[in-house]
Design a protein around this ligand. Structure first.
Ligand code: AMP
Length: 264
């Protein structure tokens, strides 16, 4: 499958091509068609799977298909993320893939001055990326208008719950228009996530992708270059030096396995 098979319009395809991408990742290939149908979605996908483009591309496409008919620029898409870093990253993706489209996006998160954010919001944005705490600040100050949100995206919802944002999320959701499309991305599927999904998703399409093959973050990898003849001795030395008690060794041949075993 190619991006050109996904019913995305020219400005979006051009931005994808600029990035050098031709083939959608599995989560993109599965999620994009459902999202373009207007369905709610629960997607089990971790960082590194291409999930950000998985929701950003169809979100932009939907904005182009359903023109803003409600007068001045207003927030049509709200994306919630657990951390500033992720908010900034998603904000970058929205800019990257939307660079040939006329939409304005803004990122708001805590830990930085609120005033510049207020100015940006007042000037009008179509797509708002926010962390829950700062968004609530804007809500309580009346500096954000979420009355016309058509799409809600919860990115890394499991992390938002882990960080204790559930009440904040519910408060935000409670003021959104009931008629909207909801997308929820989560790497894990706990009872808490299940409850959240049941309360906000209507007949969701479910997309599940395996984690891309990556090595565990808990494992340190090292390469030691050594002559073939000295491998066994070096290995013996490492075991002794590090006082390793359990070691799993892979060798290329049966013969090498026997040789090492005899040596040890
Ligand atoms: P994410 O899982 O959204 O954090 O994305 C992981 C990385 O994959 C990002 O650096 C993306 O720019 C990149 N990426 C996203 N979609 C594709 C694709 N279809 N082909 C190649 N790389 C991609």
């Amino acid at each position: 499958m190619l991006f050109t098979d996904l019913k995305l319009s020219e400005p979006i395809l051009k931005a994808i091509t600029d990035q050098g991408y031709t083939t959608p990742s599995p989560v993109q290939a599965q999620a994009i068609p459902f999202i373009l149908e207007g369905r709610d979605m629960l997607a089990g996908a971790q960082t590194g799977t291409g999930k950000t483009a998985g929701f950003t591309l169809p979100m932009l496409e939907i904005l182009t298909r359903t023109k803003n008919t409600k007068g001045p620029r207003h927030i049509r898409v709200l994306i919630l993320t657990p951390t500033r870093e992720l908010a900034a990253q998603v904000g970058e993706s929205v800019k990257t893939y939307g660079k040939y489209l006329p939409y304005k996006s803004a990122v708001v998160f805590g830990g930085v001055g609120i005033q510049p954010q207020i100015t940006t919001l007042r000037n009008g944005v179509d797509i708002l990326i926010a962390t829950p705490g700062r968004l609530l600040d804007h809500m309580s100050q009346g500096t954000v208008d979420l009355r016309h949100v058509e799409m809600l995206i919860l990115d890394e919802a499991d992390r938002m719950l882990d960080m204790g944002f559930i009440k904040d999320i519910r408060r935000v959701i409670s003021i959104l228009p009931p008629k909207r499309q909801n997308l929820l991305f989560s790497a894990t599927y706990s009872d808490e996530i299940k409850t959240l999904c049941e309360s906000i998703l209507r007949n969701p399409a479910i997309v599940e992708v395996a984690r891309r093959n990556t090595s565990s973050e808990l494992v340190t990898q090292k390469v030691i270059l050594v002559d073939c003849a000295k491998k066994s001795a070096l290995f013996g030395h490492l075991v002794k030096e590090n006082k390793w008690e359990q070691v799993l060794v892979f060798t290329r041949t049966k013969h090498q396995a026997n040789k090492l075993s005899d040596y040890l």
